[in-house]
Design a binder for this molecule. Structure first.
Ligand code: TRP
Length: 379
């Protein structure tokens, strides 16, 4: 019997195929991004990001509505976030790469929520350690080149005054049985968990709430976060705001091919501070391969790039789609061996991390300029 695949923000079980993703999206009530919507994105943005055409971002809620409003001259803003539960690995950064593209293309304000409170309530971590991750993670995110004028980072525990006053408005409309149903909580879960989704809902209406501007909100996120925004879409109209739109991604490829990347196993992912030698070692030793057992078999039958970590991460980091297609085709038919695929991906990863680390040092002294403030979003 096939194992049930359960998805909540805190627990993701089982490996998902494309069909699983479609099924989950449908069950959650999200829509698949079809060719018509892809064309709508192209005409509004001037181009389509490869993460849309290659299916990384595959589903949405009300993105069509937001885009047609945009076409008639209405602005929207972007909202995404990060729970600082540990060091960031490559996969964590992928949604931010996409969000930056959206921001650049649409000239939109971007709120980035750092949910340190969430990690305190849901993980066995102390605030002291979470604060360190918060600081480091913010630098990691900013090293992608976000600009301070329209990028606003809001740390839950630090800007609780602003957030709490909005969160209680949401919380009043969420009863215990709904939270239990949507998030799978039980009587033994701490009371903070039941409240938390109200905090994550706030940035989805914070701009209209503080400025009075009637701007829609677009939230890029991985599908495990969908329950939060299902609740937010239910509550927001009840307190006078629009339902947020969303654009939803699959999970990022895992180095070892399956399971979650766990913070207790340093070899379960490629961290942003892994040096070139470490990256190479992890790739050669641990990267899950879709290639055949021997070189002869690989030459003869070719690989399954779809399940190959090296190919998948290369696909996400190489902007030149012509190159990606060529590598896919050669690997698929066996012209490339598994070790060669790993080599290509390793070089790409190291090139990417190198650039990131250079910019990371540049932004270190400018972090304050990115901090959320009412003045900054007032314009
Ligand atoms: N809960 C998310 C996490 O654990 C962080 C987060 C907060 C987020 N707000 C978001 C992610 C909005 C995507 C979109 O990482």
């Amino acid at each position: 019997m096939a194992q049930e695949k359960q998805i909540t923000p805190w627990e993701v079980q089982g490996e998902l195929t494309d069909t699983d993703y479609q099924k989950v999206a449908r069950e959650f009530g999200a829509k698949i991004i079809d060719p018509e919507l892809t064309e709508m994105i192209r005409s509004a943005a001037g181009e389509v990001h490869p993460y849309i055409t290659n299916g990384t971002f595959f589903a949405h809620r009300d993105l069509d509505m937001l885009l047609s409003d945009y076409r008639s001259g209405k602005r929207f803003y972007l909202y995404t976030g990060r729970g600082p539960s540990g060091k960031m690995h490559l996969g964590h950064l992928i949604p931010f790469i996409f969000t930056k593209w959206l921001q650049d293309r649409f000239g939109a304000d971007l709120l980035i929520q750092i949910t340190d409170d969430e990690k305190f309530l849901f993980r066995d971590l102390e605030m002291e350690d979470i604060r360190k991750y918060t600081e480091e993670n913010i630098l990691d995110i900013l090293s992608l080149g976000f600009r301070p004028e329209n990028t606003h980072i809001i740390v839950d525990s630090e800007q609780a005054g602003i957030l709490y006053n909005q969160a209680i408005r949401v919380a009043r409309h969420i009863n215990v049985s709904l939270a239990r149903d949507v998030f799978g909580f039980s009587d033994s879960d701490n009371v903070g968990k039941f409240f938390f989704t109200s905090m994550q809902a706030v940035p989805a209406f914070l701009i209209p709430a503080l400025t009075g501007r009637d701007e829609r909100c677009l939230i890029p996120y991985a599908i495990d976060q969908d329950p939060h925004f299902l609740v937010a879409r239910d509550v927001l109209p009840k307190i006078g705001y629009r339902k947020p739109s969303s654009i939803i991604s699959k999970f990022m490829p895992a180095l070892k091919g399956s399971g979650k990347m766990s913070s207790s196993d340093p070899n379960s992912g490629i961290y942003l501070d892994d040096d070139p030698k470490t990256v190479r070692k992890k790739m050669m030793k641990y990267a899950f391969s879709g290639g055949r057992a021997t070189a002869e078999e690989q030459r003869k039958f070719g690989a399954v790039p779809e399940i190959d970590f090296a190919y998948n991460i290369y696909k996400l980091l190489e902007p030149d789609q012509g190159k990606v297609r060529k590598v896919y085709e050669e690997y698929r038919r066996g012209a490339l061996l598994s070790g060669e695929m790993k080599q290509i991906a390793t070089d790409k990863i190291n090139e990417f991390l190198e650039e990131l680390r250079a910019r990371r040092e540049e932004v270190r002294s400018e972090v304050d300029a990115y901090r959320f403030s009412i003045d900054k979003v007032m314009r």
